[in-house]
Design a binder for this molecule. Structure first.
Ligand SMILES: CC(C)(COP(=O)(O)OP(=O)(O)OC[C@H]1O[C@@H](n2cnc3c(N)ncnc32)[C@H](O)[C@@H]1OP(=O)(O)O)[C@@H](O)C(=O)NCCC(=O)NCCS
Length: 171
């Protein structure tokens, strides 16, 4: 099962496309609002920095027991990019554990896009023997808490760097 490679995932309105370095130029615009970093820290990347980061991500983890799976969210009807979802998958003796995250560009907020993309991602992970899905969310981040809840995750009493660990045990 390891390494796990992202495949195109289709949902009602979205195509989740395996990340490519060539997505960097359009994604730099999608992710240009500094407000996207309120809860996660950092600042928007330039297109050039994003391309370098995407090349590294597509190259994969240097750790053979870990898969970096990254998807760009494309709105099928508009054929524009709107955000991304990601999963870092590590193997254990029961199968695999995935740490996931999601981001959508500010112009596309509140249209259910993060929820639809994250549900599609979790369904894909289920099909690939992932038994536990984890996300770390700032306790004040209501939108992300709603996305996690809609994808089946629930908050635990554990936290890391000020973020609450959310979890879905698939079994
Ligand atoms: C979190 C984020 C992905 C939500 O994206 P989105 O595409 O607007 O999400 P959705 O439209 O699917 O909405 C999800 C829920 O959040 C709610 N919501 C969206 N924006 C909100 C806001 N600013 N305040 C409160 N609730 C909000 C929606 O009403 C919806 O709740 P509901 O299902 O109960 O109706 C987006 O705000 C974002 O990218 N933020 C910055 C990056 C980030 O922090 N990512 C999280 C890393 S784990």
């Amino acid at each position: 099962m390891i390494p796990l490679k992202p495949e195109t995932i289709r949902t009602d309105r979205l195509d989740l496309l395996p990340l490519q370095a060539d997505h960097a130029d359009e994604m730099a615009g999608v992710l240009s609002d500094p407000g996207l970093h309120t809860f996660t820290g950092g600042a928007p990347d330039t297109a050039q920095d994003l391309r370098i980061r995407y090349e590294r991500l597509v190259g994969g983890s240097p750790n053979p027991g870990e898969s970096w799976c990254n998807w760009i969210i494309r709105l099928r009807d508009d054929t524009c990019l709107a955000g991304y979802v990601q999963a870092t998958v590590t193997a254990d003796d029961r199968g695999a554990v995935a740490e996931i995250a999601w981001v959508t560009g500010t112009p596309w907020h509140r249209r259910g896009i993060a929820t639809e993309a994250t549900r599609g991602l979790v369904a894909w992970l289920r099909r690939h023997r992932v038994h536990t899905v984890v996300a770390h969310i700032h306790p004040g981040h209501r939108a992300s808490a709603a996305v996690a809840t809609a994808a089946g995750l629930t908050p635990t009493d554990q936290s890391h760097d000020g973020e609450t660990r959310w979890q879905l045990t698939i079994g």
